[in-house]
Ligand binder design. Structure first.
Ligand SMILES: [Zn+2]
Length: 394
């Protein structure tokens, strides 16, 4: 092939970049920050991390660890380094056995099976991530940054599996796959992606189940564009709307027009569809939230709180229902008020919280999409139902 061909191909690549945002390909990779919520918590720097053999160390020095107990990851603030400390036993090089492996950044690779990384103290608090890719362990801002460099298709399949229960219909998984790809194309690609629900859940390689991979393969490079402007749609999605959908005005606590569609009638099979009740000690709630809950002042057309009054440091102030819901989730646990469609009542020494659904209720309802798929709708029809002003296209 002559050099003219190369020039032509180069020009085509340059032009196609101008014409449309990058379409995801199997070759591309994304960088995902694992255990993001643990590192963002108040306990920053105090989370215990461990790593189970087998694994291969690439840097600072090559080393294969085949068997043995878990290795510990320790942060050394004085030298701003990460140290990987072996378990006591083993037939390791003396240098490694005594000092461990240290560096501002360590690099690991899986050895025969996915890397098994753990965060937390054990029991229910212990989180495990299985990662089938190169992992970087970096000292950053007084904490440990665990970054996995994943092939994009693996990441999308892992998110689809982390965001969807195993019983979800293939067409619902395809709809989710398109939305995950849209979100990836809309984000600032210079930043690492967090693995928690503040962005999209990514729980590891074991969540990229066969059906999720199939959904990704069938929808690779499919994008959802606004019909009028042809702009890429920035998608929002949530677990269960419990019947009524809201608009993104809810994030700012502002009233807006009714959502399109306003109702979803297919998420009844969700475990979060029925009202969830939670009774908690008022003293404990107020201590953990550092405020007293007074009342909901305004709700949107779907019944979700737009503005609430709270008392903090003796002063009454207003905050958005969305911000209060996030605060309750972060401080009291996400199971207390799973859905943003919530209310509260103070009765003597207790608060009674009631909520419907799970998640914010904006955009795509995942259980509703599954319900539509069970009724025979394909992923294009499902996406067109939840996003009537957008079109999916390759
Ligand atoms: Zn729904």
């Amino acid at each position: 092939m002559g050099s003219h061909w190369h020039l032509l191909i180069l020009l085509l690549v340059v032009f196609s970049n101008f014409l449309s945002p990058p379409v995801l390909s199997l070759d591309a990779r994304v960088r995902v920050q694992l255990f993001a919520s643990a590192e963002n918590a108040a306990s920053k720097g105090s989370v215990a991390y461990t790593l189970s053999p087998p694994f291969r160390v690439v840097a600072p020095l090559p080393l294969s660890v085949l068997t043995g107990d878990d290795w510990r990851l320790v942060l050394d603030s004085a030298s701003r380094q990460v140290r990987l400390l072996p378990s006591a036993i083993g037939t390791l090089d003396d240098r490694v056995r005594q000092a461990g492996l240290s560096g501002a950044e360590l690099q690991l690779l899986p050895l025969g099976k996915p890397l098994s990384l753990h965060a937390g103290t054990g029991g229910a608090a212990k989180k495990t991530r299985l990662i089938n890719a190169r992992v970087f362990l970096r000292y950053a801002g007084g904490g440990l940054k665990v970054i996995a460099e994943l092939p994009t298709a693996d990441y999308v399949a892992g998110v689809v599996g982390s965001e969807s229960p195993p019983q979800f219909h293939l067409e619902a998984l395809k709809a989710q796959s398109v939305l995950v790809q849209n979100w990836l194309s809309c984000r600032d690609s210079r930043k690492d992606i967090a693995d928690d629900t503040s962005t999209m859940a990514y729980l590891g390689a074991d969540y990229a189940r066969t059906k999720c991979r199939e959904a990704v393969q069938a929808t690779l490079a499919t994008q959802l564009r606004e019909s009028a402007s042809r702009r890429l749609l920035k998608p929002y999605f949530h677990s269960t709307c419990a019947g009524r959908l809201s608009t993104s005005q809810l994030f700012q606590g502002k009233p807006g027009p009714s959502a399109r569609p306003a109702a979803c009638n297919t998420c009844q099979a969700s475990p979060f569809f029925l009202e969830h009740l939670e009774k908690l000690s008022a003293a404990e709630v107020e201590r953990k939230l550092s405020l007293e809950l007074l009342q909901v002042n305004e709700r949107d057309a779907a019944g979700r709180p737009l503005l609430v009054s709270v008392r903090q440091h003796g002063r009454v102030k207003k905050m958005s229902g969305y911000n209060l819901w996030l605060l309750i989730g972060q401080k009291l646990g996400w199971g207390v008020v799973p859905g943003l469609a919530f209310s509260f009542e103070k009765q003597g020494g207790t608060y009674l919280f009631r909520s419907r659904g799970a998640g914010h209720g904006i955009g795509y309802c995942q259980w509703g999409g599954h319900g539509l798929a069970e009724k025979g709708k394909n992923y294009v029809e499902i996406l067109r139902f939840y996003f009537p002003d957008a079109v999916p296209s390759k």
